[in-house]
Ligand binder design. Structure first.
Ligand SMILES: NC(=O)c1ccc[n+]([C@@H]2O[C@H](COP(=O)([O-])OP(=O)(O)OC[C@H]3O[C@@H](n4cnc5c(N)ncnc54)[C@H](OP(=O)(O)O)[C@@H]3O)[C@@H](O)[C@H]2O)c1
Length: 233
């Protein structure tokens, strides 16, 4: 249990972010989780055993982030997991959705860190989610692949600008029990058949990797792929 600061999970209302909230709360950490809807976020926080509170922010509207997080005290970890996929392709390019996703992942993630940087404890750690789509685009991943690649530049810049705070990125492959992919079994079957370990990552694998990046005192500036080795083949 850490008494030194909160674990802040941006995008904690469902899926991988939700599991991360459960994990850190379950081991006794103080957790602040966010969603865009106050009622939904409060319900998730209240329904999670442990010390969990909620805040409401929209990463696609980054000018509101500072006021949304003003009640947050010392912070020992920031975990940026939120996404809203846009399904863009170059042939059928939706500028508004691309702007929203690019703002969410790049400006929004950055503004969260900017807002909280003065509250980070000396041993603090930041984990930003990218994804295998940056290496292996799939139909409709144009913006997702682009912003997930952008996470790399953001992480490397923050390692330098925020030292000694540790900043790392976590890149899942298809996470088979995450709600987004659970509905797309055909894509999962193809990915599974190509994955060296013969299985796909699951949400508990991703939570485990996230905890490693938060807790390990020497890991810094890495791109951690949790994909069963598919990025090697
Ligand atoms: N699932 C996978 O297989 C997979 C694979 C590769 C990479 N990833 C990465 O892993 C991360 C989590 O993915 P996921 O599948 O768990 O995502 P998800 O199920 O789509 O969850 C999205 C979370 O982001 C929040 N969110 C959405 N739009 C937001 C906005 N504009 N501002 C603030 N919060 C917002 C949602 O909260 P509200 O809707 O309540 O606001 C929700 O908590 C993402 O960064 C993704 O790129 C996932």
């Amino acid at each position: 249990m850490s008494e030194q600061g909160a674990v802040v999970v941006i995008g904690g209302t469902r899926s991988i972010g939700r599991e991360i909230v459960r994990y850190f709360a379950g081991r006794g950490d103080l957790v602040v989780m966010t969603g865009r809807d106050a009622v939904a976020a409060r319900e998730v926080a209240a329904g999670t055993p442990g010390r969990v509170s909620s805040a409401v922010l929209d990463l696609a509207k980054p000018k509101g982030i500072a006021s949304a997080l003003k009640g947050v005290g010392p912070v020992r970890a920031i975990i940026l997991s939120a996404i809203e996929r846009d399904q863009n392709t170059i042939a059928d390019y939706d500028i508004d959705r691309a702007l929203s996703l690019a703002t969410l992942k790049l400006v929004g993630y950055t503004e969260v860190v900017h807002t909280l940087m003065g509250r980070l404890t000396p041993d603090a750690s930041i984990v930003m989610f990218g994804g295998l789509a940056k290496e292996r685009p799939y139909p409709g991943s144009l913006t997702v692949s682009t912003v997930n690649a952008g996470v790399l530049g953001l992480v490397r810049s923050l390692v330098v600008e925020l030292k000694p705070v540790r900043v790392n990125s976590l890149h899942p492959g298809l996470v088979e029990d995450s709600p987004y992919w659970e509905e797309r079994q055909a894509a999962l079957d193809v990915a599974r058949s190509k994955t060296p370990i013969g299985r796909l990552a699951r949400m508990d694998d991703i939570v485990d990797a996230c905890a490693f990046l938060v807790d390990n005192r020497a890991v810094n500036g890495v791109e951690l792929f949790i994909d069963g080795g598919i990025s090697c083949v």
